[in-house]
Design a protein around this ligand. Structure first.
Ligand code: NAP
Length: 330
């Protein structure tokens, strides 16, 4: 007979492993499914300085600790790519993978997101070497204190993060491919106030794209091109912050839970319920995620606590969720 898990968690990043730790420690039969290897995006980070309790730890070291802790309480981790998740007529949840299928009484989607890349020469090389390309201002701004940096993008993340990074940098040049910003008005006003202030340290390069990131062993300059005039120029800098959106790893969910236009899983943010009772969501793949290691861990813990309530009081949790509680976009 097929084993029935109390909780099946999709994704072994910080959110999924934190959920597993809590589920397993509650003596739930807990399974984590991960298509590559545990860690998610944080595995590529050498130096984490904003995870409470650690002044400095690498992504791989932190993930190894959380994984060991979760396995210590009985979590099973299997390498499987999830293809489909379905609520069965008996109330259980079937998670179909490339090799096998698994049945759970509840499930947590924690499949994460990837940063959208520019795909320009130098980006991958300097990013992989930890030599000046970053996708997270909140994480990496302090490493560029007193340095000149370039940021790219015109959405909410780009403006929020550029304003944050500029508090540390000597000068920040924001490069955006159009004249108009996609970000909300209040952020655009805040940005423009800094750009227009005589002692502000933010400059704009609009209608412009990055064509290359260059340097000897570390970032030293970017090349940009004006998309209207084709004029090219170089901007000397020590760091490049790329804020051109996220791509959630949710393509396999399109026939099950609701997704936003950008592909994030819709949920009632407080309880982390998707529209399918018993299927919860945690971390960077959900709508409104703060995209931070600590918030992903918090989400995982919260989702695990919700699965516990769901398994205890199924009647209440099986009621439909009002649309008013499910934000459409953010
Ligand atoms: P986003 O809204 O998709 O914005 C991406 C930005 O990057 C856009 O300005 C886009 O330019 C630019 N871009 C995309 N691909 C590019 C490329 N190849 N080269 C150059 N530029 C490129 O992404 P986001 O800012 O990360 O936000 C994601 C979602 O989270 C959005 O729904 C956003 O509203 C939400 N969010 C909300 C808040 C908040 O409410 N406080 C904070 C953060 C994020 P174009 O504009 O020309 O397409």
């Amino acid at each position: 007979m097929t084993d029935i898990y109390d909780s099946i968690i999709i994704g072994a990043g910080p959110a999924g492993l934190a959920a597993a730790l809590y589920n397993a420690r509650d003596r739930f039969k807990t399974l984590v499914l991960e298509k590559f290897f545990p860690g998610g995006q944080i595995i590529n980070t050498d130096r984490i300085e904003n995870y409470p309790g650690y002044e400095n730890i690498s992504g791989p070291d932190l993930i190894e600790k959380i994984k060991k802790q979760a396995e210590g309480f009985g979590t099973e981790i299997k390498t499987e790519e999830v293809k489909k998740i379905t609520k069965l007529p008996d109330g259980n949840i079937e998670v179909a993978c490339d090799k096998d299928s698994f049945i759970g009484r509840s499930a947590i989607i924690a499949c994460g997101s990837d940063y959208r890349k520019l795909g320009v020469p130098g980006e991958a090389e300097f990013r992989n070497a930890g030599a000046g390309v970053s996708y997270c201002g909140t994480c990496d701004a302090p490493f560029f204190k007193g340095k000149d940096v370039v940021a790219i993008g015109g959405g909410n993340t780009a403006l929020e993060e550029a304003l944050h990074v500029a508090k540390f940098a000597a000068k920040l040049t924001l490069v955006h491919r159009r004249q108009e910003f996609r970000a909300t008005k209040v952020l655009v006003e805040e940005l423009m106030a800094k750009v227009n202030s005589p002692d502000g340290n933010i400059k704009l390069k609009l209608d412009s794209v990055i064509t290359a990131i260059e340097g000897a062993g570390k970032v030293e300059k970017v090349k940009i091109k004006n998309v209207k005039t084709n004029a090219e120029e170089e901007i000397p800098c020590s760091g490049v912050f790329i804020f051109v959106g996220m791509i959630p790893n949710t393509a396999f969910l399109k026939d099950s839970v609701d997704l936003t236009q950008a592909g994030f899983v819709k949920c009632d943010v407080g309880f982390l319920r998707t529209k399918i009772p018993g299927i919860f969501v945690a971390g960077d793949c959900r709508i409104g995620a703060a995209m931070q290691l600590a918030t992903a861990v918090g989400d995982g813990v919260n989702a695990a606590m919700m699965t516990k309530q769901y398994l205890r009081e199924a009647d209440w949790w099986n009621q439909p969720i009002s649309d008013a509680l499910m934000p459409g976009e953010w």
